[in-house]
Design a binder for this molecule. Structure first.
Ligand SMILES: [Fe+2]
Ligand SMILES: [Fe+2]
Length: 191
């Protein structure tokens, strides 16, 4: 299963992206073990999470509209936000993935969501702190992922928010929702 998927994937994304996807898979599998997730699910979600990342802006938008996906203001301005939801459609249609949890994790890996399941969190975090990621503080975040997944998720989301602010680009509203959701999970004020 994994071999076939990898072969198909390697024919449709660049070597660099494939390396990132493999790094994400390796870390996600370790985190999946730690938190008791089904390995096959984790592998599928991690390998395919960026299968639409290399589509251009026009293609992403066109694809999303064709598939009836939500294209809000933020997505119109920055179509790259669509590579999660579009990737989930490609995973379903071109890779035959039917598992809804896997498709959801792929959908949410860019912005997160107010309520995230364990697989969603593991994929989100693994994508941001896989061994190929190099930025100051990444090792600490990687370690934290094993000790406190919710805190690691919060810090990764904080980082995404900060990144948008520093770059002066659109901040996706779902990232704010996700960040507040992660914070509520930690301080347990979720209603
Ligand atoms: Fe991505
Ligand atoms: Fe990624």
């Amino acid at each position: 299963m994994e071999g076939k998927l990898l072969k198909q994937l390697s024919q449709s994304i660049s070597t660099l992206r494939l390396e990132h996807s493999l790094g994400t898979r390796d870390l996600a599998v370790k985190l999946g073990n730690r938190y008791g997730l089904d390995k096959e699910r984790v592998v599928m979600a991690a390998l395919l999470h960026d299968c639409a990342r290399e589509l251009g802006n026009d293609r992403l938008t066109e694809f999303a509209l064709q598939e009836g996906l939500v294209v809000g203001e933020a997505e119109k301005e920055m179509p790259v936000f669509l590579h999660g939801p579009v990737g989930a459609v490609i995973a379903r249609k071109e890779y035959g993935v039917t598992d809804l949890k896997v498709l959801r994790a792929i959908t949410l890996h860019t912005t997160g969501a107010q309520k995230m399941g364990l697989l969603d969190k593991v994929l989100f975090v693994a994508d941001k702190v896989e061994p190929g990621r190099k930025y100051s503080g990444v090792e600490e975040l990687r370690e934290l992922a094993f000790n406190n997944l919710d805190k690691c998720l919060l810090f990764c989301l904080d980082r995404s928010v900060r990144h948008s602010l520093e770059k002066g680009v659109i901040l996706h509203p779902e990232i704010c929702e996700a960040r507040n959701g992660a914070l509520r999970d930690i301080i347990k004020i979720r209603p």
